[in-house]
Write a protein that binds this ligand. Structure first.
Ligand SMILES: NC(=O)c1ccc[n+]([C@@H]2O[C@H](COP(=O)([O-])OP(=O)(O)OC[C@H]3O[C@@H](n4cnc5c(N)ncnc54)[C@H](O)[C@@H]3O)[C@@H](O)[C@H]2O)c1
Ligand SMILES: O=c1ccn([C@@H]2O[C@H](COP(=O)(O)OP(=O)(O)O[C@H]3O[C@H](CO)[C@@H](O)[C@H](O)[C@H]3O)[C@@H](O)[C@H]2O)c(=O)[nH]1
Length: 487
């Protein structure tokens, strides 16, 4: 498995500490996960002196050995360079690691509480209690984690209680990077949001983000509550676009449309835009699912139910739940069939499995009596309970060999380049269910597949309205003449 992610294209942001007449401020990053590690490495690239602390000793050991514990294009090479140039260090959490920091960034997890929609804030409050005793006077605590409105005030109160009389700032600075594009997103953001009440906090953030301002990246200074709300509302809105595309996709299947053209037609309206309208197996990942649930929870608690987002959560749950019956419909039945699942990461260019649709589909297929093999270019799935009933293939070819059906879940570049004719020949059956609409229908037909994309009607099911009858006659003729394969 290639654990090393490729480098991203060169970016225009380069360290320029000469812009600061003072020495570069020291930054301690609490949490070296997807956000902490990317943020810490990128801030080091900008010329800051960064120490990343994490309580996970295995993660720190990997980092000290020069390995990124996550697959993220461009990250490992960038990390190596910053370490070699002396601006980036890693260690397990030690209170003294905070003592000299001008800025302490909190980038710990805020997952859902087990069995609940509510965000679990125990990591962030625990991290605050751990850093408070060693904070230096004038230090700025920067909250990168995604937290409900009001959390920054609680963090301020925790520190104030432990360090009466200490002058310090608390700033909300939510992160908008996407996994798989994290380095590029951090270095070239659409905007930076800073929520703070005090001048010292604002001046500190102006210093951190000066090079972005020089490149005309919009920086929105607002209250901490607004900044906290912006993060959840942004994710809720994007998740809503995806859920909408998935609903329209289902409608297209029933109405004889093709969702690819329908979303293209919608997205050409500049007020709507083309992005985040790709239908798929339902959104997953470490953010959309938990953040939409938290948004719903916050609305309920404050007596302002967020009904649109409640629907988004329910639609997405139903979609993931329906995946196995869609495969069963395509195959007739899953029992006794060998099914190759292509991709288990929740999206390409990451090895993150959190809330991935695969974790719902694969156990359901196994439960239905299928023999399941899966292949993913980057995910190391050993020990993942949901995938234990299935076999991990080491290559794409090995997953497809002798399979009755292929089911594509993640749109990895490797799958786009699949030699379809050879793939079909190596399989026992012809069924191909594509939850990402990666291939052209006619190409799949020519390769001999019974192709099941999402969001378009199987040809035989066109509606029998007058115009539908004409269309269905044209299609029948095309099928008879061998110009179109039944999918
Ligand atoms: N993953 C993303 O793409 C993304 C993007 C934007 C925002 N966010 C938000 O950022 C936050 C972090 O997300 P993540 O995906 O990086 O999480 P993660 O689970 O990958 O990383 C969190 C890290 O914090 C460490 N940690 C926990 N408590 C600690 C402590 N007291 N001291 C030191 N280290 C500690 C954990 O060991 C872990 O390595 C969350 O609030 C998330 O919602 C995530
Ligand atoms: O048109 C689309 C776009 C996305 N997705 C799915 O939506 C999920 C989330 O995708 P994406 O947003 O690209 O990945 P994340 O890394 O989860 O990033 C989101 O969540 C982060 C954590 O909060 C935010 O920082 C980012 O701005 C936000 O895009 C994945 O399952 C995708 O497959 C679709 O199905 N169709």
């Amino acid at each position: 498995m290639n654990r090393r992610a490729p480098e991203t294209e060169a970016d225009p942001t380069s360290p320029d500490p000469s812009k600061n007449s003072l020495p570069a401020p020291g930054i301690t990053m609490i949490g070296a996960g997807y956000v902490g590690l990317v943020t810490g490495t990128c801030l080091a690239k900008l010329g800051f002196d960064v120490l990343c602390l994490d309580t996970n000793a295995n993660r720190v050991a990997a980092l000290k050995a020069g390995r990124s514990p996550i697959y993220e294009p461009g990250l490992e090479a960038l990390m190596e360079r910053q370490v070699a140039e002396g601006r980036l260090r890693f260690d397990t959490f030690e209170p003294k690691g905070v003592a000299h920091a001008d800025f302490v960034f909190l980038a710990v997890g805020t997952p859902s509480l087990p069995g609940s929609d509510q965000a679990d804030l125990s990591q962030i409050f625990e991290a605050t209690r751990m850093v408070a005793p060693q904070l230096r006077a004038g230090a700025c605590l920067v909250v990168k984690s995604t937290v409900p409105a009001g959390t920054n005030s609680t963090i301020r109160a925790i520190v104030a209680e432990r360090r009466p009389g200490l002058a310090f700032s608390v700033v909300s600075n939510p992160e908008f990077l996407r996994e798989g594009r994290a380095v590029a997103d951090f270095l070239r953001p659409d905007r930076i949001v800073v929520g703070c009440h005090d001048d010292a906090g604002r001046a500190g953030m102006e210093r951190i983000y000066r090079s972005f301002v020089d490149q005309d990246v919009p920086v929105l200074f607002t209250s901490p509550e607004n900044a906290e709300l912006i993060k959840y509302a942004a994710n809720a809105f994007l998740a809503m676009k995806v859920a909408f595309a998935n609903e329209v996709s289902d409608l297209c299947e029933a109405a004889g449309g093709d969702v690819r053209d329908v979303v293209r037609g919608i997205g050409l309206d500049a007020r709507i835009g083309p992005r985040f309208l790709e239908p798929g197996p339902g959104f997953g990942g470490s953010c959309f699912p938990k953040d939409t649930r938290a948004f719903v929870d916050i609305g309920r608690r404050l007596g302002r139910p967020q009904r649109l987002v409640e629907a988004v959560v329910a639609i997405n749950e139903d979609r993931k739940e329906s995946l196995s019956s869609r495969v069963a419909d395509a195959l007739g039945s899953c029992a006794g069939k060998t099914i190759a699942v292509l991709g288990v990461a929740f999206k390409p260019d990451t090895d993150d499995l959190r809330e991935a649709p695969a974790l719902r589909l694969i156990p359901a297929l196994v439960e239905a009596g299928a023999e399941v093999r899966f292949y993913d270019p980057q995910v190391a799935a050993a020990g993942v309970a949901e995938l234990e009933g299935a076999l991990q293939a080491s290559t794409l070819a090995a997953a497809l060999e002798g399979a009755d059906a292929a089911v594509l879940l993640t749109e990895w570049a490797e799958f786009r380049m699949l030699d379809l004719v050879s793939a079909r020949r190596s399989m026992r059956g012809a069924t191909f269910v594509d939850f990402r609409n990666l291939y052209a229908r006619d190409t799949m037909g020519k390769a001999g597949f019974l192709y099941h994309p999402i969001g378009s009607a199987p040809l035989r099911d066109l509606p029998l309205l007058p115009e539908g009858i004409a269309a269905s006659r044209r299609v029948s003729r095309a099928v008879r003449d061998g110009r179109v394969a039944m999918g």
